[in-house]
Design a protein around this ligand. Structure first.
Ligand code: 0X9
Ligand code: ZN
Length: 372
């Protein structure tokens, strides 16, 4: 019986549920009670999920929620997805061979995909990486976004998604302590950011990561700190488009797939740090989950929406994983150097094409991109 997705829970309850998941699926999980402490002394937990097949040293995919306190749907969706991955894996395994024989229903198809992904990858899931802020959004101010650092001038909070060690302090963030996007006193000054960076870097085979936020129904790919496109644009665009299509198939929700800087450039953000600081070849991504009635309730997504919003995103993440699996295999086969060269070449061709048609339209501002 699934136990998540009906209500928003306080931090302790989320930890309890995550731990309960680990206890229920002992063979396929590892619960890490703390990857580090917050300003107020809370422990940030992580759960690893992986299938029994596929050997050791699997490529790892990081998924986190709760970097921004008020975006309650993110932790809820992340826990929902973790639970469903584990349950689907178990059901898929029990079905064994019969999974692939007989009528191929949508459910069987999903179970088969999840089984493959769980055997191929290890998912490293951190439901709430800003527990102090998250709790404060229940007890103090529902619209709180930052962590709960006590700044020197008596104001509170650093925007964790402006504090990571990537182009920190280069703009797209505030130096004012009271601002909602305050970048913090120095690079990676925040214990929550330090804990995550250390843990992600410590993963031996981290290949990609998604940082879940709300709202706006967006799939944001590299780069986020500059509008100059990534050399991997051709791959990233495909991954984003496929993910968007997989989500749309569920109940018609229209996500937008674009570059993170296309929304607005920021510095010190998780997504870019995962791409460039942790050198994940599948990059760091940001997903903005839905608000209730579009343009209506913003961060205040009704609890009745947790399940549908999480379920469609679960399908998005499955699609994301499938693309990563495909690329992983190709990369293994041809070697990282050749694989990268091919993607960069394709990107170059595509962007040249794009630029040419823009020039024709007289919009010669065009597209520039780095490192080819
Ligand atoms: O501003 C943010 O941190 C994210 N949006 S939110 O409304 N949830 O606060 C978007 C970050 C996208 N990533 C980069 N621009 N690097
Ligand atoms: Zn956010």
């Amino acid at each position: 019986m699934l136990q998540t997705g009906t209500q928003y829970h306080r931090f302790d309850e989320i930890v309890r549920k995550t731990k309960a998941l680990a206890d229920k699926h002992k063979d396929n999980t590892k619960f890490v009670a703390s990857i580090g402490k917050t300003h107020e002394g809370r422990e940030i937990p992580v759960i690893h999920l992986s299938g029994s097949g596929g050997g050791k040293n699997k490529p790892q995919i990081w998924l986190n929620g709760g970097q921004h306190a008020r975006e309650w749907i993110a932790p809820a969706a992340v826990v929902y997805m973790a639970e469903n991955m584990l349950e689907d894996y178990r059901t898929g395994r029990e079905l064994g061979e019969s999974l692939h024989s007989g009528e191929q229903t949508a459910e069987k198809e999903r179970l088969g995909k999840v089984k493959k992904l769980m055997d191929k990858f290890e998912f490293v899931v951190a439901p709430v990486i800003n527990p102090d802020g998250y709790e404060y959004s229940f007890t103090g101010n529902r619209m709180w976004r930052k962590n709960r650092r006590k700044n020197d001038d008596g104001t509170y909070g650093v925007d964790l998604n402006r504090n990571w060690d990537n182009h920190w302090g280069e703009g797209g963030a505030s130096t004012r302590t009271s601002a909602t996007d305050y970048q913090g006193p120095s690079v990676a000054s925040e214990p929550e950011v330090q804990a995550c960076q250390k843990y992600i870097k410590g993963l031996k085979h981290g290949i990609a990561g998604i940082d879940f936020h709300s709202y706006g129904e967006l799939i944001l790919r590299s780069r986020g700190w500059t509008k100059k496109r990534s050399g991997d644009e051709s791959l990233l665009k495909t991954v984003g488009t496929d993910m968007k299509a997989a989500i749309h198939k569920q109940r018609g929700t229209k996500y937008t797939s674009e570059t993170a800087a296309g929304l607005y450039p920021t510095t010190g953000s998780t997504d870019d740090w995962m791409s460039e600081g942790a050198n994940m070849w599948g990059h760091g991504w940001t997903v903005e989950l839905p608000d209730s009635e579009r343009g209506g309730k913003g961060f205040l997504l009704a609890a009745s929406q947790i399940k549908p919003a999480s379920k469609e995103m679960y399908h998005g993440v499955i699609s994301f994983g499938e693309n990563m699996a495909k690329q992983h295999d190709e990369r293994e086969k041809m070697g990282a150097k050749e694989w990268t060269k091919r993607i960069h070449r394709r990107t170059y061709e595509e962007l040249r094409h794009e630029r040419a048609s823009e020039d024709k339209l007289g919009e010669s501002e065009g597209v520039t991109f780095l490192d080819y």
